[in-house]
Design a protein around this ligand. Structure first.
Ligand code: PEP
Ligand code: MN
Length: 337
């Protein structure tokens, strides 16, 4: 249920409603808009009586939220959310390009890529130190040494770091180094990890599981917001279909769907979404044109030698080309880069 406060209500009026919600044993989440404040009541909806709240002073309206997700829904927060990562705003007018290698492999590989993507105009650096691989025989990442290299790359370039955390007991460690924590597609349903991440104050990039529905995607984000962390950016990275000429099928329909239903920013990962370097630029254009707030792009100095995902990685030159092409698209849709 959400409570819409009258536009002239004071902080004391709002506080009074919040206290009443707590007295009744529920949790209150505040969303302060420019016009008015909305208070979400979280708890078992069968136990609420509308009148318990509608008759309180300066309450304009009490509306049940019928959708299973509450805090991520646009009903609860009509304005777009902006998530700030190392000074970079995701979800605002600017389209944010996050780029870097799939895996952190060495200092030379990471730093050369960090300098190259920065020079081309990327806003944030990505790189996996903990890798969730399909095969146990594949490269599993450099672990904490990889995080240290990412820190060094931030020192040298000033770019904020986006990196994946796989285990709930590693969240604090990864958060010490990262500016944004990535939840991998395979972990979108890992509620223990989601809860651990909900307890820290770091932005989160949540990738969509390749078999998840829109509802499940938003419910996983709800775990993080309901635990107290509202700094969530969603990421579409392709789903499983019968199509066999690409690694996954990039579901661009989900961009307008998320924009209608949720206030959270959404970015697109055409690298995993296609699995093919030659499809990355065309699908990047399409994603931005469809309203995505940014892109996550894999870049490698020498894709043929990459420890992971070489076939979908752009060379430094190709990434520069992508950035040039993005400038034309963002200006056509009235955004900036
Ligand atoms: C990645 O970003 O390198 C990655 C492993 O992505 P996903 O979890 O979407 O497969
Ligand atoms: Mn990858």
């Amino acid at each position: 249920m959400i409570i819409v406060m009258e536009s002239h209500s004071t902080d004391a009026d709002i506080q009074h409603v919040v206290e009443r919600i707590h007295e009744l044993g529920f949790t209150a989440h505040l969303s302060k808009g420019v016009e008015r404040t909305i208070i979400g009541i979280i708890g078992d909806e069968r136990l609420f009586k509308k009148e318990q709240f509608s008759l309180l002073p300066h309450v304009e309206n009490v509306i049940p939220i019928l959708k299973p997700y509450k805090l991520v829904s646009r009903d609860f927060k009509p304005e777009n959310s902006i998530v700030k990562v190392n000074g970079v705003e995701i979800g605002g007018e600017k389209v944010v390009i996050i780029a870097g290698p799939c895996s952190v492999e060495s200092e030379e590989q990471l730093l050369s890529t960090a300098y190259a993507v920065k020079a081309a105009g990327a806003a944030l650096l990505r790189g996996g130190a903990y890798k969730l691989r399909t095969s146990p025989y594949d490269f599993q990442g450099l672990g904490e040494n990889g995080l240290k290299l990412l820190s060094k790359a931030r020192e040298k370039t000033g770019l904020g770091i986006v990196t994946e955390v796989m285990e709930s007991n590693e969240v604090e460690l990864v958060a010490e180094y990262a500016d944004m924590l990535q939840i991998g597609a395979r972990n979108m349903h890992n509620t223990k990890l989601l809860r651990a991440i909900s307890k820290i104050r770091k932005p989160v990039l949540m990738k969509r599981n390749y078999s998840s529905t829109l509802n499940e995607f938003l419910m996983s984000a709800e775990y993080i917001l309901s635990g107290g962390n509202d700094q969530v950016v969603l990421c579409e990275r392709g789903i499983r279909t019968f199509v066999e000429y690409t690694r996954n099928t990039l579901d661009l329909n989900i961009i307008p769907a998320v924009k209608q239903l949720s206030h959270l920013p959404i970015i697109v990962d055409p690298s995993h979404g296609t699995g093919r370097y030659d499809f990355v630029i065309p699908m990047s254009r399409a994603a931005i044109a469809a309203g995505a707030d940014g892109l996550l792009i894999e870049v490698h100095p020498n894709p043929q030698e990459a420890f992971s995902d070489g076939e979908q990685s752009l060379t430094h030159n190709a990434f520069q080309r992508l950035m040039t092409e993005m400038k034309a698209i963002v200006s056509a849709i009235g955004r900036r880069i």
